[in-house]
Write a protein that binds this ligand. Sequence first.
Ligand code: SAH
Length: 346
Amino acid sequence: MTMTKKDIRRLSLEDLRLFFTEQGQQPFRANQVYQWLWQKGVHNFEEMTNLSLETREVLQKHFVINHISVDQMQRSSDGTIKNAVRLHDDLIVESVLIPTKTRTTACVSSQVGCSLDCTFCATARLKRMRNLNPDEIYDQVMAIHQESLLYHDRPLSNIVFMGMGEPLMNYNNVLSAIEKITGDQGLGMSPKRITLSTSGVPKMIKKLADDEVKFHLALSLHSAIQEKRQVIMPFAERFVLDDVLEALIYWYEKTKRRVTFEYIVWDGFNDTDEDIRALVHFCKKVPCKVNIIEYNAIDDGAFKQAPAHRVEAYTQALEKAHIPVTVRRSRGNDIDAACGQLANKH
Ligand code: SAH
């Protein structure tokens, strides 16, 4: 009988202590191993140099480390880096390092492909293959942290869950990855520097609030008019805006953290004064800020970025209503690393 070895990073520190005790070894070894696995991010047991050869062999015999490997790294002329990341079962996801003057942000994936069907997003063309495990999410962050040190001479400062997939449809694994990222046993990063972006799953937004998470929340809104939104985000027929709004109000009441609305303005689709009024009206119902993002064309050209004066009409109306708004330029377009362009092209 062949036994498939267990991925050691599925074990908690407690599990690992128990393992060592069962093996007749000192349980404190677990702490050393845990540090190698999470803080140092080793890819194999040989690298655990403060363990005896015997201990390393015991580990080798029982476990594997399903570490990701960066298959291909592309660097954009603006400093953005895109990693094509190979998982242990040979599936590929992408993650992106986005440098600005003051920050280095990691944009990480939560699923292989995506189960949602936004018509403007390249990732939606891929079938959802599976959820990522907590360690696979953690590894993407670590890889970018190391690239940030190497190429930008500074540590990673922020993380956004805006890569491939819908993080709230992989709730447990995403939260457990964040726990590791923010924990003392992991990267020790402040949750205030982490933003989870969702297409809007009301029940799960409420669950986030109930679970008292400490990170930020963003919603990909794109239209505050239900009938319009469900044209470009068909799944929104089931997750209607009224319910999303109710969940966001619940989120704010519990967390006191304002949500960010991501919004693309498309030429001839949502660029009328009526669209603007609907957004302002929506924003008045829950403390928020608006992030207008540039549309990145994907192959078929069905959508087009609205001209600057229409974007300006949006910002003026929002500002007049005292709703904070920023317009974000896209990064990494030359390597298909910008929002909505992640689709494993290589
Ligand atoms: N499913 C989550 C996480 C993915 S985030 C969510 O939708 O929030 C990816 C972000 O990029 C979302 O805000 C999405 O609306 C946006 N996006 C998708 N396609 C895009 C495109 N072609 N150009 C610009 N932004 C896009």
